[in-house]
Design a protein around this ligand. Structure first.
Ligand SMILES: [Zn+2]
Length: 75
């Protein structure tokens, strides 16, 4: 992803109120502590889990979760 000045920016970390690391990529805020598996529901996993038992997705192959979806999921 490219930021507003047209440069690559993959180290722009901020923290939310739970002290979880967030990464802002363009208009999207990702939560680095979570990742999405391939399930339709309940697809958000903590980094503590490296694999989804249902769809067998591996953390290393999957993107980080969006912060707004993480907040919704755990509220
Ligand atoms: Zn899954």
């Amino acid at each position: 992803m490219v930021n507003k000045t047209g440069e690559y920016d993959d180290s722009n970390y901020i923290f939310n109120d739970k002290n979880e690391r967030l990464e802002v990529v363009g208009d999207i805020t990702l939560n680095i502590e979570y990742w999405d598996c391939e399930c339709t529901n309940d697809y958000i996993h903590s980094n503590i889990e490296s694999r989804c038992d249902k769809c067998e997705a591996m953390e290393e192959d999957r993107p980080n979760s969006r912060e707004n979806e993480v907040r919704e999921y755990f509220n």
